[in-house]
Design a protein around this ligand. Structure first.
Ligand code: ATP
Ligand code: MG
Ligand code: MG
Length: 547
């Protein structure tokens, strides 16, 4: 396809195909199974799978499972589920770096035999201290000149489990004076006596990210290995490994800017701590920026794909306003979400001239722009609930909704006029006594008189109560500090109310979000049970974060 100008990665892919440097495109999404996927991963998934789709290639799902102490089967399962939910398929190309452990080991031996790797007996601390700094060169290890046979023997014994954790490492022999610290004899293998979710206790040594990643790409014939900018300085090492090993293909690494979003931390470490520390109810807590949390909050996968498309792919880091995400979510939901009425903070209204015990059915359309969604019947009666905020006893000038003596329209219903305000002993308004005009059914007065406001409502006798969870931003500052986030958690990130819903909401079986008219989008939570409805607020109708 013609993609010039779309983004620099797609331009590179298009140019490589046009010049014949590559015959097809093969990408991969390479998560480490040490947590759930988040919004940032969605950007990488859409980029990798999207490019494969657009250029008629394929994208692999590869688990980068080289660090068994942090990895779990639960995360593998969740990642597969979430990538599928986002709308992508890897077909038969589900791979694991651990499937290549034997090949990687053989390639490490190859580096030893060609004098390009050695076993170092220094401690991790000694290695760190002799690595030098940006301005100071590093120092050669005293073990750097070890003979090939001794290196091969020690490496085999590391694998066999003869030595404790940290006793030795395998290092590439590159250049301790390199301006790029990643090339100062990087560690290729470390000893780790740990159970691996897939290889069990077969291995006592594990390859580093840098040694596993490029070679895994080569084994899978990946053409374009796309990663985030922090790996830019690793690219020379990526290339060095491929150039010094008899690999079956020659992939190339390209870097793009990771996604950052205001009021959000996209780091699996932080998200893990939020879960472990009990700050949220789990990985799928609707306040979490995880795909599981966003899904549970009612965000459609389409909105995530659309958001990623709009933010684009660039080479410089930046931060996207969370308001932009909400904007896209609203835009997508507005097109399809059915409309219903629900009162979040109920105030009772008694229609004095409506007969007691009688229920009338009024017709309400399900979507203003989509006639195919049809209409439904909503019950109207003598007792109703309206939103407490829709009434003011002493309204300021610009408040046009309910007030003493004032007439307003009930959505899909009648005009009603407030005749009396009833208060409790504490002086709080507990009930409005109103009258309705039977001639205004459907929302218009035959005499042409106007009202300035239309409010939503439910029948008090027919409405169904529900727990509604209103989510606010998880952090109080636009740029939360990943190192010190606990003190920046918003104590009001979850507010729970008992709302009154129109009865259809109890029987509807929508998967996704529904618009509660004038309130926002909401979806039924998995905590719902027979006789106990729970709804999550997906997003409000207007941007309220900025206030
Ligand atoms: P975290 O920093 O949250 O631990 P990670 O990069 O360690 O994330 P991986 O599982 O290694 O997580 O990520 C898989 C892929 O997703 C990588 O290619 C990584 O670059 C990409 N990725 C991770 N976070 C983001 C982000 N915020 N924006 C874009 N891509 C991301
Ligand atoms: Mg990573
Ligand atoms: Mg990580």
């Amino acid at each position: 396809p013609s993609t010039a100008g779309r983004d620099f990665i797609r331009d590179i892919v298009a140019a490589d195909l046009a010049s014949g440097r590559e015959k097809g495109v093969v990408t991969r999404f390479p998560p480490e199974p040490n947590g759930y996927l988040h919004l940032g991963h969605a950007k990488s998934i859409c980029l990798n799978f999207g490019i494969a789709e657009e250029f008629g290639g394929r994208c692999h799902l590869r688990f980068d499972d080289t660090n068994p102490t942090k990895e779990e089967q639960e995360y593998i399962d969740a990642i597969e589920r979430d990538v599928r939910w986002l709308g992508f398929e890897w077909g038969e190309h589900l791979h694991f770096a651990s499937d290549y452990f034997e090949q990687l080991y053989a390639w490490a031996q190859h580096l030893i035999r060609t004098g390009k790797a050695y076993v170092d007996d220094q401690s991790q601390e000694e290695i760190r201290l002799t690595r030098g700094t940006l301005t100071e060169p590093g120092q050669n290890s005293p073990f750097r000149e070890r003979q090939v046979d001794e290196n091969l023997d020690l490496f085999a014994r590391m694998r066999a489990g003869e030595f404790p954790n940290g006793a030795r490492v395998l290092r590439a022999k590159i250049d301790m004076t390199s301006g790029n610290i990643n090339l100062r004899d990087p560690v290729l293998y470390r000893i780790l006596h740990a159970h691996h979710p897939r290889t069990g206790s077969a291995w006592n040594i594990y390859p580093s990210y840098d040694f596993a990643h490029g070679q895994s790409d080569a084994i899978e014939h990946i053409t374009h290995s796309i990663c985030t900018l922090e790996f830019e300085d690793h690219r020379p090492l990526y290339d060095w490994c491929l150039e010094n090993l008899p690999v079956p293909s020659r992939p190339h690494q390209y870097e793009f800017a990771r996604l950052n979003v205001t009021y959000t931390l996209l780091s699996k470490r932080v998200l893990t701590e939020l879960v472990r520390g009990g700050h949220v109810s789990g990985w799928d807590d609707p306040r979490m920026p995880t795909l599981a949390g966003l899904q549970r909050r009612g965000i459609p996968a389409e909105a995530l794909r659309e958001f990623v498309k709009r933010i684009g792919v660039a080479k410089a880091n930046s931060t996207v306003d969370i308001g932009m995400f909400d904007f896209v979510v609203r835009e997508v939901l507005n097109k399809t979400a059915p409309r219903r009425m629900a009162v979040l903070n109920p105030l009772k209204v008694v229609i004095e001239n409506f007969p007691e015990g009688q229920v009338e059915k009024l017709e309400a359309i399900n979507h203003p722009d989509d006639p195919s969604q049809g209409a439904r019947q909503i019950p109207f009666g003598r007792e109703l609930y309206i939103e407490r905020d829709d009434f003011m006893e002493e309204p300021p000038k610009k408040f046009f909704r309910m007030a003493p003596g004032r007439e307003v329209r009930l959505r899909y219903g009648y005009f009603i006029t407030c005749r009396d305000v009833i208060k409790n002993a504490a002086g709080e308004v507990v009930e409005l006594r109103c009258t309705y005009d039977p001639a205004t059914k459907g929302g218009n007065a035959p005499d042409g008189r106007k009202v300035k406001a239309t409010i939503h409502w439910v029948s008090a006798t027919e409405a169904v109560p529900a727990e509604v969870r209103l989510y606010n931003l998880l952090f109080t500052t636009p740029q939360p500090d990943a190192a010190n986030f606990a003190s920046q958690i918003n104590p009001e990130s979850l507010e729970t109310v008992t709302a009154m819903l129109e009865p259809a909401l109890a029987s509807d079986n929508f998967e996704g979000a529904i618009q509660f008219e004038r309130q926002g989008y909401f979806c039924r939570d998995k905590d719902s049970a027979p006789g106990k409805l729970v709804f999550n607020r997906t997003v409000g109708l207007r941007d309220t974060w900025a206030k």
